[in-house]
Write a protein that binds this ligand. Sequence first.
Ligand SMILES: CC(C)(COP(=O)(O)OP(=O)(O)OC[C@H]1O[C@@H](n2cnc3c(N)ncnc32)[C@H](O)[C@@H]1OP(=O)(O)O)[C@@H](O)C(=O)NCCC(=O)NCCS
Length: 178
Amino acid sequence: MPENRSYVAPAVVRLPQYTKADQEEILGDGDDPFGVASVGLIWLPKEEHFAIRHEGRLVAHAGLLRLPVAIGGAATEVVGVGGVAVAPGMQGRGLARLVVTAALEHARTMGPEHALLFCRPPLVALYRRLGWHLLDGGVLVEQPEGRLVTMPLQTMVTPLRDDARWPPGPVRLFSLPM
Ligand SMILES: CC(C)(COP(=O)(O)OP(=O)(O)OC[C@H]1O[C@@H](n2cnc3c(N)ncnc32)[C@H](O)[C@@H]1OP(=O)(O)O)[C@@H](O)C(=O)NCCC(=O)NCCS
């Protein structure tokens, strides 16, 4: 950062929609931008979108949606976080932290007590740094034709209220993963 100039954090904006073209603006048009193709799962699109623009171009995104789950047999909801992406040339500058923090601020107004995400093992340390905790045990998620599969990626959660405690017991999503 140049001296004598105060740093102004980039603004996070809410997007009314988030298209494939928007994602490609951030991550390019490679066929596996999230590095999860090998797990062979079908994913849900997100419903609420938070983004950062730099010089008129989308450079960061995080998506949210409410998901029905059972935790230890009790039906509830979580806010699913997904589609977290920062343009390759802009990574390592805190943009994921900014956009995920803004998305979670909104998630706190959505009702559920926790947010949940799935990620590849190399990203666990990054999300821990952002205040997420690794969930032990397999999480069941749905796939087309009602198939139930155990999520092969890591599952992480973060509380959306000060008094929220993740309940013990197995976790089952009543939807595709996000
Ligand atoms: C994963 C991704 C979103 C990270 O974006 P980013 O802008 O580089 O991340 P940030 O710079 O905001 O880093 C967030 C924090 O994690 C920390 N961090 C980054 N890599 C880390 C690592 N390997 N171990 C520990 N902490 C790490 C950073 O230091 C930062 O912490 P700080 O704010 O306290 O300094 C980006 O690399 C990306 O878009 N990858 C491709 C798409 C993808 O895989 N998305 C994830 C879907 S779950």
